[in-house]
Design a protein around this ligand. Structure first.
Ligand SMILES: *Cc1c(COP(=O)(O)O)cnc(C)c1O
Length: 427
C-alpha cells in the first residue's frame, strides 16, 4: 500500500518511506491509499483472539512486510495489555496506560521504533528529533532506548512538564539525549522543524521524525479499539469517548470503524482548547494559540490530524464533509474545574482514580448516556499535583515504575530557544 499527501494525492510513497518522514514534503500528512476491510468472520470470532492476533490482522494490509517479520514487530511492540475495566454503574474505562511509560503513547511509539529499526539500512545512523509537551517524549525515549543505529534528541520546554514526565526523559544512560529549552513547547517544535528544513544539516546526517503525525504511530492505535470491542459484554451501539488534543487517537478510532469495526459513534472530548468541538457545532475551523489547562497533553490550538479526519469523511464540498463528520462524532468540552470535580467524585464514589485527561472524557458520560467506553490515556500518578488538588493529601501509592525514577540522576543539556544553539548539538 502507498501513502499519499493530504495536500496532493499524486505525491505518494510506500510505507517504508512514509514512516521516516513527519509531514509529507509538501506539508500535508500521509494517508493510506485505501482503508481495507476486515472480514465479518474476523469480527465474529474476535473474542478468541489475542492482542497480537488482532494487531497482525489489522496492520498487515497497510504494510508490505513479510508476515513473520510483521508478526515479530507486533510481538515486540505490544508487550502490555489494554484492559476494559468496569467500575460500577456501567462506567467502563479502556485503560491504555499499562505500557512502560504509563501512557497510551507507548502503543504508537513502540511500533514506530520497531518498524524504523526494521527498515533502517545497516550502514545508516538515524537521528530522531522530537519535541514534547509531556507524554510523547517519554514514550519515544523508552521505545528507542538501546536500539542500534538510532540517536534520539528530545526537546522539552523548561518548567512546563511534570517532574515525573521530566524524569522519564532525562534518566537514560543510552542513545537518548534530552534537551531543556528555555521557551515554550511551540518553540521546541519550531527548532525541530527548522532542523528538518536545514539543507546543510541534512547533507551530512539522516534525520527522522517521531512526532504524533507519523503514520507508524497512527496505525497501531487502531488495535486497541478492536481490543475494546473484543472485551465489551454488550457490543451493540457502542459509543467511544476519546479525550483529544492532536486527534491522533480519535483518527485511529475512526479508521478502525472504517475497517469494519462495529462501533456506533465517537465523542470528541476536549478541554477549553475546543477548536474541533466548535467545528462540529458550526462547520467553522478556527485554529488558535493553545491555552494551558490541567489536561496539558491536550493543550493543542490547531490539531494536526484534523486534515486526516476530513480525508476520511471527504464529501463533495466542505458542507457535506462537515455533515459526514458530525454524523459520527459528537462534541464535548470540559473546564478545569469540572476536571477536578470529576476526579474527586469518581474517587469518592468508586475508589477509582482518573488522570486529568481521562477525567475530561468521563465528563461526556453526563451529556451522552449510553453504552459508553471511556478511553483512559494515562495513569493518574503522572499528574500528582493535579490529583492532589482534586482529592487532597491522601493519595495511594504510585507504581514502582515511576517511584523508582526518583532515585535516578537526571542528565540533560540546557539551551535557549535559538536555532544555532540546537544546531551545535545535533550537527
Ligand atoms: C497525547 C495525549 C492525549 C491526546 O491524544 P491525541 O492523539 O493528541 O488527541 C490525551 N491524553 C494523554 C494522557 C496524552 O498523553
Amino acid at each position: 500500500m502507498n501513502y499519499y499527501s493530504t495536500r496532493d494525492r499524486s505525491l505518494s510513497v510506500p510505507f517504508h518511506n512514509a514512516i521516516f518522514q513527519g509531514p509529507a514534503p509538501d506539508g500535508g500528512l500521509f494517508m493510506p491509499d485505501r482503508i481495507p476491510h476486515v472480514s465479518s468472520d474476523f469480527i465474529h470470532h474476535i473474542e478468541s483472539k489475542s492482542i497480537i492476533d488482532i494487531g497482525y490482522e489489522i496492520i498487515h494490509p497497510f504494510t508490505s512486510m513479510p508476515p513473520a517479520d510483521l508478526h515479530a514487530i507486533i510481538e515486540q511492540s505490544f508487550i502490555f495489555k489494554a484492559p476494559l475495566v468496569e467500575i460500577g454503574h456501567g462506567l467502563r474505562f479502556l485503560e491504555l496506560f499499562h505500557g512502560p511509560t504509563l501512557a497510551f503513547k507507548d502503543f504508537g511509539a513502540r511500533f514506530m521504533a520497531q518498524t524504523m529499526a526494521y527498515f533502517r539500512s545497516a550502514h545508516e545512523e538515524i537521528n530522531i528529533l522530537v519535541a514534547t509537551s509531556g507524554d510523547t517524549g517519554g514514550a519515544v525515549a523508552s521505545a528507542f532506548s538501546g536500539l542500534e543505529g538510532f540517536k534520539v534528541y528530545i526537546l522539552f520546554p523548561k518548567g512546563k512538564i511534570s517532574a515525573l514526565q521530566q524524569k522519564q526523559l532525562t534518566t537514560w544512560d543510552t542513545n537518548i539525549q534530552a534537551i531543556e529549552v528555555d521557551g515554550t513547547f511551540d518553540e521546541c517544535q519550531r527548532l525541530v522543524k527548522t532542523a528538518f528544513n536545514d539543507r546543510n544539516l541534512r547533507a551530512n546526517k539522516n534525520f527522522g521524525s517521531a512526532n504524533s503525525i507519523n503514520i507508524a504511530r497512527l496505525l497501531p492505535q487502531m488495535i486497541y479499539y478492536f481490543e475494546a470491542y473484543r472485551q465489551a459484554d454488550h457490543k451493540a451501539d457502542l459509543q467511544i469517548i476519546v479525550p483529544s488534543g492532536n486527534f491522533g487517537n480519535l483518527t485511529a478510532g475512526l479508521m478502525a470503524k472504517k475497517m469494519g469495526l462495529p462501533l456506533s459513534r465517537f465523542i470528541a472530548a476536549t478541554n477549553s482548547n475546543d477548536i474541533f468541538p466548535f467545528y462540529l457545532e458550526t462547520g467553522d475551523y478556527h485554529p488558535r494559540v493553545s491555552r494551558e489547562t490541567l489536561s496539558n497533553a491536550m493543550d493543542v490550538g490547531d490539531p494536526s490530524n484534523f486534515v486526516r479526519i476530513k480525508e476520511l469523511y471527504h464529501g463533495q464540498d466542505e458542507g457535506s464533509t462537515w455533515n459526514n463528520i458530525k454524523s459520527e462524532i459528537l462534541p464535548h468540552v470540559v473546564s478545569d474545574q469540572s476536571t477536578l470535580d470529576n476526579i474527586h467524585k469518581v474517587w469518592s464514589e468508586f475508589g477509582y482514580l482518573m488522570d486529568p485527561h481521562t477525567a475530561v472524557a468521563y465528563d461526556a458520560t453526563k451529556n451522552y448516556p449510553g453504552n459508553n467506553i471511556i478511553v483512559s490515556t494515562a495513569h493518574w500518578a503522572k499528574f500528582l499535583s493535579t490529583i492532589n488538588r482534586a482529592i487532597g493529601e491522601d493519595i495511594p501509592e504510585i507504581p514502582e515504575s515511576l517511584s523508582s525514577l526518583n532515585n535516578k540522576e537526571e542528565k540533560y543539556l540546557s539551551i535557549d530557544s535559538k536555532f544555532d544553539s540546537f544546531r551545535q548539538i545535533i550537527s
